[in-house]
Design a protein around this ligand. Structure first.
Ligand code: DGL
Length: 271
């Protein structure tokens, strides 16, 4: 029976295709794991949505991932992790384990930056929810977390604006905010942002550690699966990628986030 559970897929979901950065990191680190990815492209961006709306979408997505027998459901979206993790965990119950992208990052900064000033950038939902701050404060390690909402960045990246002068100027403006002055590390609190990590590192000229949550989360998933005896022994079957609204442009953009283009299957959440 345990054997059977190990070979079940990992369900990963995001508001759209940004969470493919996390899926990519997981597949690279854990090549035996099969993933079922769901991008809620009909409802993106989550960053500007209410908590109640994100919770309703998340529950619907979990129904699909449970139907597909996922052993673990990873919320690969900071906005949804902030808004819906506790609810989803309760909803899913014993049917699957639920992980989010915030806890591993908070653990990581707890290990490396006690008594330091750390910055966070993310969507309005992520920053205004104060979830990172609450979890960092719970560590009680004297970490001074300064958050700044950067709502233009996800849309900018999705439109292919990175490594160019437009993105340089947007990044420069956001990161020059006085709240972020004097930080030792910056959390990229949105699954789109690994695409602009280099530009952010260049902005800081190597003076600030830029934390790519997709790598941190993939390491966490690996340790978690091993710790729980849930790691797959071999890759059985193909990965699957669903979206709630299909467009050719989403499919083409999977190349940006996943390093190769993948076929997206249309799966409407509400019929
Ligand atoms: N990928 C989402 C996140 O990590 C951001 C995009 C959105 O606003 O939907 O927060």
């Amino acid at each position: 029976m345990t054997e059977d559970i190990k070979q079940r897929p990992i369900g990963i979901f995001d508001s759209g295709i940004g969470g493919l950065t996390v899926a990519q990191a997981i597949i690279s680190l854990l090549p035996n794991e099969r993933i079922i990815y769901f991008g809620d492209t009909a409802h993106l961006p989550y960053g500007d949505k209410s908590t109640a709306a994100i919770q309703a979408y998340a529950v619907k997505i979990c129904d699909l991932l449970i139907e597909q027998h996922c052993k673990v459901i990873l919320i690969a979206c900071n906005s949804a992790s902030a808004a819906a993790y506790e609810l989803v965990k309760e909803y899913v119950g014993s049917k699957a384990k639920v992980l989010n992208v915030i806890d591993p990052t908070v653990q990581h900064i707890g290990q490396l930056y006690p008594r330091k000033k750390v910055g966070l950038i993310g969507t309005k939902q992520t920053v205004n929810s104060n979830v990172y701050r609450k979890k960092v404060d719970e560590l009680d390690l004297g970490i001074n977390l300064q958050s700044h909402a950067t709502p233009l960045l996800a849309a900018m990246i999705e439109e292919g604006f990175f490594n160019d002068s437009i993105s340089e100027s947007v990044i420069h403006t956001y990161l020059s905010d006085p709240d972020l002055l004097g930080i030792e590390a910056l959390i990229l609190g949105c699954t789109h942002y690994p695409l602009i990590k280099k530009q952010i590192e260049n902005f800081y000229e190597g003076e600030v550690d830029v934390l790519d949550a997709s790598q941190i989360v993939a390491q966490h998933v690996k340790a978690y699966l091993q710790g729980q005896g849930l790691a797959a022994e071999k890759l059985l079957g193909d990965h699957k990628f669903y979206v709630s609204d299909f467009t050719r442009s989403f499919e083409e953009s999977t190349r940006i986030f996943f390093k190769r283009q993948v076929h997206l299957e249309h799966y409407p959440l509400w019929e």
